[in-house]
Design a protein around this ligand. Sequence first.
Ligand code: AHM
Ligand code: MG
Length: 338
Amino acid sequence: MNNTIISFDRHIMDEQRRYGGRGDFSVILSQIIFAAKVVAAQVAHAGLIEDILGRTGNKNVQGEEVQKLDVYANNMFINALNYIGKVCVMASEEDPDMIMIPEEYPKGEYVVMFDPLDGSTNIDVNISIGTIFSIYRRVTQTGGDGTLEDCLQPGKKLFGAGYIVYGSSTILVYSTGNGVNGFILDPSVGEFVLAHPNITIPPRGTIYSTNEGNYPYWKPGTRTYIDHLKSETNILKKPYTSRYVGSLVADFHRNLLKGGIFLYPEDTKDPKKPTGKLRLLYEANPLAFIAEQAGGAASTGYERIMDIQPTALHQRVPLILGSRDDVKEYEDFARKNL
Ligand code: AHM
Ligand code: MG
């Protein structure tokens, strides 16, 4: 029997030996892991701690209600990363502006962005939520504070990305551009251990995940596509299965392992400004990176997510994500828009 358990640290070290790389990056990842473990512990107790579960009454930059656990997670990730001397600037879905590194700490070579607690409307109903993170190399000069230019890089410049799902177990999935690996937090030893090596997403799935309540607001191409998936004339010759958790990380994670397509397409609720809901920097780009690394695809319906040049920190995009052939098929429907 082989007793070797591959811990996250060991995996990072193996990757560094195989592909080269600087220790800086593993320091950043270790800090993210530390914050994630603390958040996982808080999430597990959220039902018991009224103080954390209760709402703050504040609204976040998108005008949505912020719950205390979001604020807690946000602070946790900021405080785990701001003093290590490896990061020059951060940005979070929960903060309207860039998060600068305090004056007393050195500024590093990397930019870190995160959605500290994705799926926050699911916190108080005991459904999986998660954290999404992305890491870029800075493009401005070494030494000083990072700038907006460092934050507004297209996804194709990503250096690494990943997510954590706080669910029936805590799962970490990440990539540094050499494939995708998944780890489970073993609570008895407090370590993430390799559980899903070299994840690849099936090229075609049998699941679609979308908030179908938005059907009346969708463009004709999206409606026809979903009708097609539910028909017996699609490629499977039977209706796709519908699965929608409402936490992007959880929906994506399931589809990554089983194959499928996630859609938050543009809608016309505000006819003057048709748009998607999800954020390019904190949600779409990191998951697009993971999807592509696993052999899948990510698109707005019209263009590759990772090619988009961001223009604002909180820019929203339509997001179609998952199995390659399914995403491609959606693009065909979107283009015809019939
Ligand atoms: P959040 O980051 O504020 O939690 O919002 C993002 C979430 C995603 O996790 C999920 O895919 C989507 O919003 C669900 O939206 P809807 O309730 O409109 O279906
Ligand atoms: Mg989110």
